[in-house]
Design a protein around this ligand. Structure first.
Ligand code: IVH
Length: 689
């Protein structure tokens, strides 16, 4: 992707030459934009993308730190209705007789989340969030913050405490810093968040020390013992340990109180001396948090209630097409840079051909039918982390020379294959366009190789965009398996003779490749690059099947339309029709099966860790049926999966237990017929507790 190359060049200038060509603010805006695109279109993720290198993931300048407990994010609510749904969901999930759930309501600080690890009461590591699993070690810099105690106060602190919270810069300090920077001819920051990030990312801690950064504690990671039983209790405990916590935090007893809190904080927003972008509601009781657990990467027990999206008006200068790994085309609007909600936006997604014409996904009229032309003045909106959108076109300001955009009819890849519109579930033509080249499109092959070597897949150091493209062009690496045979072919290829390479870098590359011959199942599945199979889905599949053999066998069966295999896959948590169809399509192609076979010969795929395998239901398949009175289906499912069981929707001879509630019907009959063990709710609870 062009933006990736641009950022790579900025990185090189900044890190290696210490001579940045753009300000940090411009760089951060570019990077944020990039992260947003990747989040929205995971198929765009390339190995060398900025999100994989700087900020969002360790930059390489700081030591990497693996978080003992992952740093996850929050689901968002925008409307009051979303908050009511959130509370309703929790009430139902917990099957509470009344809806009296206490919530800790807290401002959502717009800074950088940080995990501070204390051992024996002493600060040992401070790590950024990074990609949630791994962050950067910024301990030396964090030690300069007044709000972060070097030593926890109190006599009986648990041996291991990971205190988490937000590092931020006050608006006043931000303005003063920018004044100083300007006077010295240094970087001007776009907003307090970026200046806090820039200040933390200093190689020299004395620079961080000169930048006034604050820290609010609000969460925790690994704790060898829990000192309190509620979120609000933990907040007070943080205070007793010597931390600052946000003074606006409030315990609320009803949805109405939460909404009133949101309104009040929004009114105060402008007067606060730090940026906030919403409020966060968290179930106060930690035992309830535990029961509620997580859905994918966000807790079920908390939500961020964002403030409304901010809008701005600017000129659309151009439209470019970005091509994803699966060949999908996304038009991206290039804007005259404009500040919206604290960041500078210069790119905006235009989704697809129809969207530009003023037609929605379901054929509905958008913007009262106003199309988008190059040169138009557009209204853009940015809500939180969501990718900026064009919400309207100001027709009165349309210049005479405004140009209509003609969507490409052929792929810019050397094959110039036709661009086709994707079919959607109904069999009709969807609005998303893609290159029809599929396996033949070299562009898609390169994109797949880039995903394959990327940090979250095989994570091969030294194989970035440039190398992959070059090796591909030379015909040395055409598919993933070729990476693992490079070394044995090197007598002929002589990589060390390539300009810019040397013996050391070639040796390093081969070592990096060798180090990845053993690979976790979830990474392997993700690295195959199947559509709709992102990291989370890959993990769910890996956990569900446990081994490559079991997964592969299931995929081949699914591709052949084996109903039992389909039902079994469907029964896995987080796996649905779209994923199954995509897996069937992938394994239905002999070309793909060949790629997989050749690759499997080169690597060792490690079995997935089964959660809590010592539990009596680990590896068992359970079906819940009838009306459950002691817990909800959702809760039962989550609890069973946490203990390593698989929850299926239908009874087959592979079912180990059927848990039958009141008035159970045909599934119970089937269980009896097949001789499957039937448990009452009580018996089930006895088994799992
Ligand atoms: S709780 C499991 N509380 O918002 C999630 N997060 O979208 C734990 N944030 O990465 C996070 N203020 O950087 C929590 N009072 C608050 C927060 C807060 C700001 C940030 C944090 C997190 C992001 C989640």
């Amino acid at each position: 992707m062009r933006l990736a190359l641009e950022l790579e060049e900025h990185d090189r200038l900044y890190y290696q030459e210490d001579a940045p060509k753009v300000s940090d603010a411009e760089y951060d805006a570019l990077r944020q934009r990039f992260n947003a695109i990747e989040k929205r279109f995971p198929e765009f993720v390339s190995a060398q993308s900025p999100s994989q290198k700087v900020g969002a993931a360790p930059s390489g300048r700081f030591r990497k730190v693996r978080h003992a407990v992952p740093m996850l994010s929050l689901d968002n609510a925008f409307a009051e209705e979303d908050v009511r749904d959130f509370v309703g969901r929790i009430t139902r999930f917990l099957k509470l007789a009344d809806d009296r759930i206490d919530f800790s309501a807290e401002p959502k600080i717009d800074g950088l989340s940080m995990s501070l690890r204390y051992e024996g009461g002493e600060l040992v590591t401070a790590a950024t969030r990074g990609d949630g699993a791994e962050g950067e070690d910024v301990t030396a810099n964090i030690r300069t913050l007044e709000d972060v105690p070097q030593q926890l106060k109190g006599r009986h602190v648990p041996d291991v405490c990971e205190v988490r919270g937000e590092v931020y810069m006050t608006k006043k300090a931000f303005l003063a810093l920018n004044e100083r920077q300007k006077a010295a001819g240094d970087t001007i920051f776009a907003n307090p968040r970026n200046s806090a990030a820039g200040s933390l990312r200093q190689k020299d801690p004395s620079i961080t020390a000169s930048r006034p950064l604050g820290f609010f504690a609000y969460a925790w990671g690994e704790m060898s013992a829990m000192p309190e039983a509620t979120q609000s209790g933990m907040i007070h405990w943080f205070e007793r340990c010597g931390f600052r916590t946000n003074p606006l935090t409030k315990l609320c007893h009803s949805v109405e109180a939460l909404l009133a809190f949101h309104r009040r904080i929004e009114e105060q927003r402008g007067e606060l001396d730090y940026d906030i972008d919403g409020v966060v509601y968290k179930v106060d009781r930690l035992d309830w948090q535990e029961r509620l657990g997580f859905v994918s990467r966000t807790p079920r027990w908390a939500i961020a209630h964002k403030f409304p999206a901010e809008r701005a008006t600017t000129v659309l200068r151009d439209i470019e097409i970005q091509i994803g790994r699966t060949g999908s085309f996304t038009p991206v609007g290039k804007l005259k840079p404009v500040g919206v909600g604290g960041v500078i936006v210069q790119n905006v997604t235009l989704h697809n051909e129809d969207y530009i014409k003023g037609v929605g996904n379901k054929g509905e009229v958008l913007r009262e039918g106003r199309d988008i032309r190059i040169g138009d003045t557009v209204v853009i909106q940015r809500a939180g982390d969501v990718i900026p959108q064009v919400v309207d076109v100001i027709i009165d300001k349309r210049p005479k020379g405004a140009r209509e955009f003609h969507f490409p009819k052929t792929c810019p890849c050397p094959l110039h294959t036709d661009v086709v519109r994707e079919e959607i579930a109904t069999g009709e033509e969807g609005s998303r366009a893609r290159c029809s080249g599929e396996f033949a499109c070299p562009y898609q092959k390169v994109q797949h190789l880039l995903l394959f070597v990327s940090r979250r897949a095989f994570d091969i150091d030294g194989l970035g965009e440039k190398q992959i493209e070059y090796f591909f062009e030379q015909g040395w690496v055409r598919e993933p398996a070729d990476i693992f045979t490079l070394q044995q072919r090197n007598a002929r290829l002589k990589l060390e003779d390539i300009e810019g390479y040397g013996e050391t870098s070639v040796r390093n590359l081969f070592n990096a490749i060798e180090a990845r011959r053993r690979i976790a199942l979830e990474r392997f599945i993700y690295a195959l690059g199947m559509r709709h199979v992102g990291e989370t889905t890959a993990l769910a599949l890996a956990r569900g099947y446990g081994s490559w053999e079991a997964f592969h066998d299931a995929c081949l069966k699914v591709a052949r339309g084996d109903e039992e295999a389909v039902a079994e896959m469907d029964a896995l948590d987080q796996i649905g029709e779209t994923v199954i169809e995509s897996i069937a399509a992938y394994f239905g192609e002999s070309h793909n099966r060949g790629i997989v076979e050749r690759l499997v010969r080169e690597v060792t795929i490690l079995d997935a860790e089964k959660p809590k395998s010592n539990s009596p239901i680990a590896g068992k398949t359970v079906v819940f049926t009838g009306t459950l009175t002691r817990f909800t289906r959702d809760e039962a499912k989550v609890a069973a999966e946490r203990l390593g069981a698989k929850v299926a929707g239908s009874v087959s001879k592979k079912t180990d237990y059927v848990v039958a509630g009141e008035s159970a019907g045909s599934k119970l009959d089937k269980a009896r017929e097949l001789g499957v063990r039937v448990l009452s709710e009580e018996e089930w609870l006895n088994l799992v507790s």
